[in-house]
Design a protein around this ligand. Sequence first.
Ligand code: GLT
Ligand code: MN
Ligand code: MN
Length: 387
Amino acid sequence: MTTYQPTPADRFTFGLWTVGNVGRDPFGEPTRAAMQAPYLVQKLAELGAYGVNLHDNDLVPLGASAAERDRLVADFRRSLSDHGVRVPMATTNLFGDPAFKDGAFTSADARVRAYALQKTMLSMDLGHELGAETYVFWGGREGSEVDAGGKLLDSLGWFRDSLNYLAEYSQSQGYGYRFALEPKPNEPRADIFLPTVGSALGFIATLEQPELFGVNPEFAHETMAGLNFTHAVAQAIDAGKLFHIDLNDQKMGRFDQDLRFGSENIKAAFFLVQLLESSAYAGPKHFDAHALRTEDEAGVWAFARGCMRTYLMLRDKAQQFAADGEIQAALAAYRVEDQAMQALSTFSPANAAALRAHAFDRAALGARGPGLERLDQLTVELLLGLR
Ligand code: GLT
Ligand code: MN
Ligand code: MN
């Protein structure tokens, strides 16, 4: 009987901002006391996590003195090494400071854009000091409520210039970062630029060094927009651009809920885990979620344990799915192989001429039942533990 106990080999990570979330929301004050970063590291290690990720200001508050910064970083590093916890990803808080209220890299104010570059370079220095290899850009404030400012095309140019600049900075420092853009459709802005995985992939192709950039898709963000997250991840994998992933859960069409992984859309979570496990993705599985505001500290650790445990249970289910004879037979029946047609589907003038002349039995093609109802029901029964 497997225990679904995670180990660092599973490469599960959390953010300081996730397990450290104090339960503040736009309508209410914190419901939990803040926990110090070294303590969060110790607790994550006890639970079997591989790593912890951070924004600059999750560790070093805005305005801290140099001495204060050095002390906080030293205490954090000591805890990381005492507990064998890694920092695979780092990012910048470009959303909390009122200076960024109308955008950071896409602010209409050139001074704010330059400040965003400076803050990001300093945060990249910190991430590198902690061993981070992936650098995330979540443009939470890059967007608008009104478009009266007329800066849409300029914003895309400013965003591009900033990313090009920071890629060069990383190289000039020898940091070797891979950068991951994290799309989100809205919140905190009414409309955020590059709102979906597809938009980010399209934008990456316009950068000076596109090979350094990929995406960090988040389950909740595509789901908020009514999109299918697993489809978005498949497109990122197909493009060779899945550099990082934010796992959580979300009710469709709501505010960004960042729910415990697998707590809401269990079937979608299953297909996602199945896709990830069958792909070459070997990066961290980051839970960008937090405990419900109702919870105390015990609830925070129940939340973190639950994210990892559900992933492992779904990974187990994916293995059962692959080993289930009836399911595999239904899958095999779903696909129709036809070598002659396959051969004609490779372009040559002769094949094109032959395919143009071929007489298809359209009625037979349309009449075939693919068996998806049965296959899906078998999947549901497997997930419910009946197989
Ligand atoms: C913020 C956001 C997340 C991003 C984080 C990285 S911060 O919590 O909602 O989706 O991944 O900046
Ligand atoms: Mn989110
Ligand atoms: Mn995220």
